[in-house]
Design a protein around this ligand. Sequence first.
Ligand SMILES: CC(C)(COP(=O)(O)OP(=O)(O)OC[C@H]1O[C@@H](n2cnc3c(N)ncnc32)[C@H](O)[C@@H]1OP(=O)(O)O)[C@@H](O)C(=O)NCCC(=O)NCCS
Length: 194
Amino acid sequence: MSTLPPFVTPVIELTTARLRLRQWRESDREPFAALNAAPCVMEHFPAPLTRAQSDALADRIETGIAEHGWGLWAVEVLASGEFIGFVGLGIPSAELPCSPCVEIGWRLAAAHWGRGYATEAALAALRVAFETLRLDEVVSFTALPNQRSQAVMARLGMRRDAATFEHPAVAEGSPLRTHCLYRLNRARWANHAS
Ligand SMILES: CC(C)(COP(=O)(O)OP(=O)(O)OC[C@H]1O[C@@H](n2cnc3c(N)ncnc32)[C@H](O)[C@@H]1OP(=O)(O)O)[C@@H](O)C(=O)NCCC(=O)NCCS
């Protein structure tokens, strides 16, 4: 099996028309814990997160960006300065059908859904993936019932694999265990972005 190159860059921060994708701050911890505790945000995950679990996740993400230069960026609304969640790139820790692979992912506070923010931020993250990191492919995956996330994948021009897979980190028998996998390669991204 091939391996991914290390992809280390100076810390990247991005600005879109309405958003800033940046390294995490201490002040993000509280609103991040609030969104991770919200049942609607965590509907397609095994459980909402406790404050300690949320802080541990923020720690891991922040360290990853410091070490690699990119990752799951904190997303801030330019007009208000409000932290609304994360969007960005990651390397899945579980062994998956796409491994080794780089995924794109998102999690926003529900008050900020329905405004196109996830797609806008993800388009900026894809530009980093294909132009800066020179990746050949970016994937995304989610539990089958997560239609909102799949709609973001489709808006980005990603294509769904015919085959589903069972996510090893989700309990057997859970309706969230079966996942769909979306892929976007460099050529398709270039066509979609132009
Ligand atoms: C997945 C998630 C990020 C999607 O959020 P979203 O708001 O539906 O997606 P977008 O930000 O791309 O917004 C698209 C919607 O905004 C609307 N919209 C409004 N203004 C817009 C604008 N200026 N530009 C683009 N779209 C706009 C679109 O029409 C679309 O509406 P629709 O849902 O009625 O079709 C969000 O539901 C979430 O955080 N879920 C919980 C965490 C999660 O499940 N993460 C994924 C795990 S794999």
